[in-house]
Design a protein around this ligand. Sequence first.
Ligand code: COA
Length: 254
Amino acid sequence: MSDIVKGVGDGVMTLTFNRLDKKNAITAAMYADMADALAQASEQDAIRVVVFQGHETIFSAGNDIADFLNKPPSKQESPVYRFLSGIASFPKPVVAAVCGPAVGIGTTMLMHCDLVYAGDNAAFSLPFVNLGLCPEAASSLLLPQMLGYHRAAEALMLGEPFMAEAALEAGLVNRIVPSQEASNLAQAQARKLAAKPIRSLVETKRLMKKGEAQLVAQQMTEEGASFERMLREPAAREAFNAFMEKRKPDFSRV
Ligand code: COA
């Protein structure tokens, strides 16, 4: 079975992370599958809403660190950037069900979803600095807007996890439910949306996002250039090697 399981029914396309042995860490192939699925969903009238979900115990451990080490993304057309620009500009509603850890892009992608339902075990984290990297997915723009500068700085600079309650208070999620109910709730909300007039949904989303769309795209491009450079620098190499070797990184010489 694929690492991204795609299901379509009742006007809803559901994309499920399915790489539990690696905590749903996302590889280039998975980004490519998701980017292709979003392009298909955007074009096909039969698909009106997209749902992202993981497992009851883990949403995603973020980008696959072995991929970062061995084949870091190097071009704006690489799968991760295709996925990020695809979800940021996706015209139809996107719903997410998030349980357990949502690390890195597992959290930043939620800023581009319309409705987010969290399990009570959800834990969000943005450990870019701890990995010698910088924010992505326009999170350096969107997070300060959502949380205020100081709370965003805490999340992005310390990189410590924050739990579902804090995410609810910050406006990153719509509702918290027991983890075993999050997927069903997301599906039910998606089906409600899918039964509504699609042109109204698309226009409503466009109008809500139009003031920011260009800024978001610009921020993503600038973040992407820095991220790509930093992936190859000593701090990130040390962080990735330390993760693979299951030890603490030593940044004293970088
Ligand atoms: N990339 C590649 N492999 C990963 C991974 C990642 N982002 N996250 C977890 N894995 C792998 C581990 O290497 C381990 O593989 P192994 O069984 O072959 O040794 C397996 O998934 C289980 O991970 P483990 O750390 O033992 O699970 P856990 O339940 O103790 O912790 C997390 C779960 C998500 C908190 C922890 O794995 C983690 O912090 N992962 C890294 C997150 C990260 O920094 N992502 C990059 C964001 S930009």
